[in-house]
Design a binder for this molecule. Structure first.
Ligand SMILES: Cc1cc2nc3c(=O)[nH]c(=O)nc-3n(C[C@H](O)[C@H](O)[C@H](O)COP(=O)(O)O)c2cc1C
Length: 173
């Protein structure tokens, strides 16, 4: 799939078929994640892949439907190295790194005919405890992935005029 098509076709997907995500697909998605740009290429991310029976532990951590996805990637910042270098600013860098990795993974999933959704609403402590996530890995989002159960219409976007301010530049913008 062409990149423009993947950007246009990606939808937040919250209902999945029973079809498993294959190992090849999962690795393609994870590789797309780590191809994202990151501050000083420090790649301050860590991913936990939750599949099989372990998915049950997602109940109580976030919305129940997430546990129905064939797999969920728990996206964490790993700030140990980046914090040593950048101090307080590392927090922002690490979150930016993971955000870019997530979009790459969602686009890769779209290219494979799969879908996913960024989940920002989850219980931070319950998530860390349920999956044995150590303190230096800070969970920033969950990313359930699977085959969409139905075609999802696009959600409306604000018009560009509302969200873009041009500062100087060429006349033909
Ligand atoms: C930071 C962030 C947090 C989000 N958290 C949730 C969430 O907790 N639950 C959910 O169902 N969708 C969540 N979403 C998905 C958004 O609702 C979705 O991206 C938005 O409605 C636009 O729809 P689209 O992604 O299909 O274009 C989140 C998205 C982002 C970027």
């Amino acid at each position: 799939m062409e990149i423009r098509e993947a950007i246009a076709e990606r939808r937040s997907t919250r209902a999945f078929t029973e079809r498993e995500v294959t190992r090849e697909e999962l690795y393609e998605i994870l590789r797309a994640g780590i191809m994202a740009p990151s501050a000083c290429n420090m790649q301050s991310w860590h991913f936990y892949v939750v599949a099989g029976e372990e998915r049950g532990k997602l109940r109580g951590v976030c919305a129940d439907w997430v546990a129905e996805a064939p797999l969920t990637i728990i996206v964490c910042t790993d700030r140990s190295a980046i914090e040593a270098r950048f101090g307080e600013r590392a927090k922002k860098f690490a979150v930016q790194d993971t955000a870019l990795a997530m979009e790459n993974m969602l686009l890769a999933a779209t290219g494979l005919g799969l879908g996913g959704c960024v989940i920002g609403a989850y219980d931070q402590d319950a998530c860390a405890v349920s999956f044995g996530i150590p303190e230096h890995h800070h969970v920033v989002a969950l990313l359930p992935i699977g085959e969409p159960r139905e075609k999802i219409p696009p959600r409306e976007r604000k018009p560009l005029e509302d969200v873009v301010t041009f500062v100087g530049g060429q006349k033909n913008f």
